[in-house]
Design a protein around this ligand. Structure first.
Ligand code: ATP
Length: 495
């Protein structure tokens, strides 16, 4: 609006000058130069607006109860927020007010949600920005934006008659990376210096208490000055949710959805090891979309299972291999599944020949429990499962294909984890200290032992593998339960 009025006024002035016979060419050139400078020197960006969410009016602020799991993070955060809620008590005890809290964790685990809940809990104004918004090619612009952000928080709080403001900076490692580590380091350093200056000045204004919440998944990249006491005083870990937290998050995100009575959220929570809160939200949403596509009244387990596959592997593709290739894919996936089920009963969730992302088919395992430590036996089983596909292709079709390249990569990674964990014949060693040829030999040995084990295992189940691969070609999907039943029957027939 202002822009339009200004350009209208400028045009009118020029018209009057031309009418009076004044030579306006130098003025036009000068104006053009100013515009160019405004555009390229980042001045335009310096006036950029930050996302502001104010409690009460806000659409975005959430309650701590709307965040599933993250008990430790919530507890630490709540403790820290009492500094804002009870300033008199803090002052009475002579406690230095807290200036910053750093939330560290993988993407989608609820760091932004926690910051928003903090603003709601403390009835503060909330301003959010991302580290990348502060980085410009031109020195000084980022620093100016940092200044503006803090000024804006203060003025907004005063305007709203609030006593506190929470500033949230996501991806803070972009703005607060170690000094001197960037190629255009002058701009980066100035921006970070300004942030440090603002943090140091935070306690000086007692009309508005400001708290900075930073979020990152690369705390190791942050400059030492930023994480020293007195700046980011608290570092709170925000991890991927465990089984119980996944169930809680699933409940939260399905609360407003019509679920079929047979939907088993506990099973879904078990099947989604490694999912973040954002993945789980997307899972609930995708299941609802699938139900809508089929005009279903309620969301059944079938839609949830399909949504799990979609979240892990991507959208189902129309690409359909020809019959011969499809048979190979089915044999390959059944190879993985039979090895997984034989060595770790109950581990297979589903086997399919649906193309998703780069995969022509896949076998999904469902871990019986969340594991954070792996034994040598577990890793050996994982290597065997990875090799199952290629070995099955070789035994049934006489040769292997490029489809196993990713499996081999994973097998090698697992073999290296055995070595790095001091569980190989080399004993306790540092992976990076090993000569490449020795590392290669030990990896090969670990893998070839499993290759022999898998060959024997699949050879014993060859007829059943072919029969199940046949079913997979026609049905596109086989459940873990069906596979287990057939393996049991096959075993009884053999006895
Ligand atoms: P990033 O690091 O990528 O910015 P983040 O950790 O800030 O991610 P959020 O933006 O807070 O993640 O979460 C994204 C979405 O995922 C939320 O809007 C919410 O729907 C869902 N979500 C994430 N964690 C949780 C949780 N613990 N409880 C409920 N929902 C969650």
């Amino acid at each position: 609006m202002i822009k339009e009025a200004a350009s209208g006024a400028a045009a009118a002035v020029l018209a009057v000058l031309v009418w009076q016979g004044v030579n306006v060419a130098p003025l036009v050139v000068f104006g053009g130069l100013l515009l160019l400078l405004y555009h390229f020197a980042g001045l335009k960006g310096a006036g950029k607006k930050f996302a502001v969410v104010e409690p009460g009016k806000s659409t975005g602020l959430v309650d701590f109860t709307r965040i599933g799991g993250q008990q430790t993070a919530k507890k630490e955060l709540l403790e820290a927020l009492d500094f804002i809620r009870h300033p008199e008590q803090v002052a009475k005890l002579g406690i230095r007010p807290l200036k910053g809290i750093l939330l560290v964790g993988p993407p989608g685990t609820g760091k932004t949600l926690l910051a928003k809940a903090a603003a709601k809990y403390t009835e503060s104004v909330f301003l959010a920005a991302s580290g990348s918004e502060f980085i410009e090619m031109y020195a000084g612009v980022g620093a100016q934006r940092v200044r503006q952000l803090f000024e804006k928080a203060k003025s907004l709080a005063l305007k709203e008659k609030k006593k506190s403001a929470i500033i949230f900076i996501d991806e803070i490692e972009i703005l607060g990376g170690k000094r001197g580590s960037h190629s255009s380091h002058l701009e980066y350093d100035q921006t970070l210096n300004q942030l440090l200056v603002e943090m140091d000045g935070m306690s000086l204004d007692d009309r508005v208490r400001t708290l900075l919440i930073g979020a990152t998944n690369r705390a190791d990249m942050l400059d030492g000055a930023l994480v020293r006491p007195g700046r980011f005083d608290r570092i709170v870990q925000v991890d991927l949710p465990d089984l119980e937290a996944r169930l809680e998050i699933l409940k939260l995100h399905t609360e407003n959805k019509p679920l079929d009575p047979e939907v088993d959220l506990e099973k879904l929570a078990r099947d989604t090891f490694g999912f973040s809160g954002a993945h789980l939200e997307s899972l609930a949403n995708e299941a609802a979309i699938l139900a809508m596509r089929e005009n279903a009244e309620t969301i059944s387990m079938r839609f949830f299972n399909e949504a799990v596959d979609k979240v892990i592997m991507g959208e189902r593709l129309d690409r359909r291999p020809d019959r011969e290739e499809l048979w190979r894919v089915a044999v390959h996936e059944m190879g993985h599944a039979i090895v997984s089920e034989e060595l770790n009963p109950g581990s297979v969730s589903v086997i399919t020949t649906t193309s998703r992302g780069k995969a022509l088919g896949y076998m999904r395992q469902s871990p019986q429990k969340d594991s954070y430590l792996y034994t040598r036996e577990h890793l050996e089983i994982q290597i065997a499962v990875s090799l199952g596909g290629a070995v099955a292709e070789e035994l049934v079709l006489g040769d292997r294909s490029t489809g196993a390249a990713n499996d081999f990569k994973k097998a090698v990674e697992d073999a290296k984890r055995i070595i790095a964990g001091g569980m190989s014949p080399l004993g306790v060693v540092l992976l990076e200290d090993l000569p490449r040829s020795l590392l290669h030999r030990v990896v090969r040995k670990l893998i070839s032992i499993q290759e022999e084990r898998v060959s024997e295992l699949i050879n014993n189940r060859l007829a059943l593998l072919k029969e199940l691969a046949d079913i997979l070609v026609t049905q596109e999907k086989i459940s873990g339960e069906f596979l287990r039943r057939r393996l049991c029957e096959g075993f009884r027939e053999a006895v």
